[in-house]
Unconditional design. Structure first.
Length: 157
């Protein structure tokens, strides 16, 4: 009798072990996480004359990137927290992500994204490359009919 009970328990344990489903919990990753932080930047502004970019001036500094309230946005800010621009329409890539910059007007100056970052054959206003922790973006500012293109190349600190 003891052998029969032991045999039933052994077979039952094997059956439950063999039949149990192992649950794999997939944790979604937020592609923006890799870009959050402080960056050293070089900002070059160009005059846009007849479709050609003519270097005009440059500056350096520190900016920071934060996640926006939407999962498809990042906030690009000055080191003091003042918003520079918002990267929107984030699209994940195998080595980072791309984004565009929505048009905005500040103090009668119109800013809009400028196609600068290329992934494959598609151009975007900006992008982040995770392997080298670089962020780059460009936008065009129109002031009294004159257009400037501002290009930021940023390296994560």
């Amino acid at each position: 009798m003891k052998k029969t009970i032991l045999a039933i328990l052994t077979v039952g344990t094997i059956m439950f072990t063999a039949c149990s489903k192992e649950e794999t919990k997939v944790t979604p990753t937020d592609v923006r996480d890799q870009a959050v932080g402080n960056y050293n930047y070089k900002l070059v502004n160009y005059l846009l004359v007849s479709g050609e970019l003519i270097p005009n001036d440059s500056s350096t500094g520190i900016l920071k990137v934060e996640k926006g309230t939407s999962t498809s946005t990042i906030l690009i800010k000055e080191s003091n927290g003042k918003l520079i621009t918002t990267g929107s329409k984030i699209s994940a890539a195998s080595n980072g992500f791309t984004f565009d910059i929505d048009p905005q007007t500040v103090d009668s100056v119109t800013f809009e994204g400028y196609n600068y970052f290329t992934l494959g054959s598609t151009k975007y206003h900006g992008g982040f490359i995770s392997g080298i922790n670089n962020l780059a973006f460009a936008y065009k500012a129109t002031i009294s009919g004159m257009s400037l293109v501002l290009v930021a190349e940023c390296t994560k600190q």
